[in-house]
Design a protein around this ligand. Structure first.
Ligand SMILES: [Zn+2]
Ligand SMILES: [Zn+2]
Length: 468
């Protein structure tokens, strides 16, 4: 994932994208559309954080899966839909939560290596087939009903308290194969001896501190964002990596080593502010620059809502000041995790993006779409459909219609952004760390479920004793 040239706003590895428009933070894609934070995917559309997948639609946080629809936080599944909250290594399953190794299961939770379950109840293969005739998921009404009653059913079962499979001595939320990793969120390891990591995947990840996004063999890196791939010792860097070593304050810098304050550099060595020096000169200048940064720091003046001024001093060792970001606050993940009003954002020195008003004719209301996918005509591709949620217009794209027909799922009533947003909002909830007490043994632990969402919850030990 890198830029061909410095170009804030889009981060794509152009040379490895084949027929994949509207993607960002992405590389190694073929026939993909509107996906973000994605790597090594083919025929995937409408989602965030999709890695090593094929034929995935309207799904987010998906790893090594194929032919899945409307799913999230699930791994190594095939021909599934409606998966939520960690379902893995399953086949031909619909509306499962917290399940593993299942085949032909429907509307269930907490299953381990099961077949032919409906609402967690065991059926014979014939009985399952007969019962499933009632659930033709090609119908929008049936699909919505199945989704709603599955969610109701899940609530009657114990939720898995913590998503930390194959991890030891670690904390945070949704981390896998982590060892000695503290306050880490959405990490797909193996990762070890690290702290304050967010959205890192593709191992190994070792000895990193305060790093957000990417990974893929990243070591000894600190206070950086979107860095990775066979890189080490990156400090205060943004969008840099690809066999890069010992970079300080670099942006869009790929390959090379020992560079300071560079932007858009390729395979540079001993460069300061993109100018090349000898090794001796570089090693003499860099300590002088660091000393200078400490003596004459950049100072931000941040106003709060009462217009009181707070000064932030940026000496060597601080990440870039927020006001130097090329991105408007409400156009970043920050707005989803820490929402601000326009006034609050501007007061605090951030940029803001006012939404562009667009006018176009709506040719079809979402409510007028055929209930069943079998009644969708090819001409649907020409319609501008009004999103049932936000009212904006959207189109069905050819790969989407093909997927929905082949897999027998209904035409969407929401625009792609509202569909992505549904999973994104759930993801934010999934990353919460909420202190709870085990209703079985009284132990204290943390989970992402509130009291309202899970009135009864067990600690990991009690959950495992009960479920596995
Ligand atoms: Zn919408
Ligand atoms: Zn317990």
């Amino acid at each position: 994932m890198f830029h061909e040239a410095p170009r804030p706003g889009l981060s794509i590895e152009i040379t490895s994208l084949i027929n994949s428009p509207y993607v960002n933070h992405a590389g190694n894609l073929k026939n993909c559309y509107l996906i973000y934070q994605a790597d090594f995917d083919e025929d995937c559309a409408h989602g965030v954080y999709i890695k090593n997948c094929r034929d995935i639609l309207d799904s987010s946080l998906i790893l090594q899966s194929e032919l899945c629809y409307d799913s999230m936080h699930s791994y190594k599944n095939s021909r599934c839909a409606g998966l939520r909250s960690q379902v893995s290594e399953s086949l031909d399953c619909f509306f499962l939560r917290d399940s593993h190794g299942c085949q032909n299961c429907f509307a269930s939770a907490n299953l381990r290596n099961q077949k032919y379950r409906i609402f967690n109840k065991q059926y014979s293969p014939e009985g399952y087939k007969e019962e499933m005739k009632k659930w033709d998921l090609g119908s929008f009404a049936k699909y919505q009903e199945a989704k709603r009653i599955s969610e109701e059913h899940w609530k009657t079962l114990l939720p898995k308290p913590h998503m930390d499979d194959f991890s030891v001595n670690s904390s945070g939320s949704h981390y896998f194969q982590c060892k000695n990793c503290k306050e880490c969120y959405e990490i797909w390891g193996p990762a070890e001896d690290s702290k304050f990591l967010f959205m890192l995947s593709l191992p190994p990840i070792k000895d990193c501190y305060d790093v957000s996004a990417w990974g893929n063999n990243l070591q000894l890196s600190y206070e950086s964002c979107a860095v990775g791939q066979d890189s080490a010792n990156l400090k205060f860097c943004v969008e840099s990596g690809l066999n890069a070593h010992s970079l300080d304050y670099c942006q869009f810098t790929f390959g090379g080593d020992n560079n300071f304050g560079c932007a858009g550099l390729r395979k540079g060595k001993y460069c300061i502010l993109n100018k090349k020096y000898s090794k001796e000169k570089y090693e003499k200048l860099v300590p002088q620059i660091k000393k200078h940064m400490d003596e004459m720091p950049y100072i931000s003046e941040i106003r709060n809502s009462k217009h009181e001024i707070r000064k932030i001093i940026y000496q060597y060792g601080e990440f870039f000041p927020a006001e130097l970001s090329a991105f408007p606050y409400n156009d970043t993940l920050a707005q989803r995790f820490f929402p601000l009003t326009k006034e609050e954002a501007l007061t605090q020195g951030y940029k803001w993006l006012d939404e562009e008003k667009r006018t176009y004719p709506i040719t079809q209301k979402a409510g007028d779409l055929p209930d069943h996918i079998k009644n969708a005509l090819d001409s649907i591709l020409q319609e501008v459909i009004e999103c049932a949620t936000c009212g904006k217009g959207f189109r069905i794209i050819p790969m989407e219609l093909k997927f929905l027909r082949e897999r027998n799922f209904p035409l969407p009533r929401q625009c792609p952004f509202c569909r992505i947003d549904e999973k994104f909002s759930q993801w934010i909830k999934n990353l919460r760390v909420i202190p709870r007490t085990c209703d079985k043994c009284g132990a204290s632990f943390t989970t992402n479920y509130t009291q309202d969402e899970a009135p009864v919850i067990y600690c990991k030990t009690c959950y495992n004793n009960e479920v596995i």
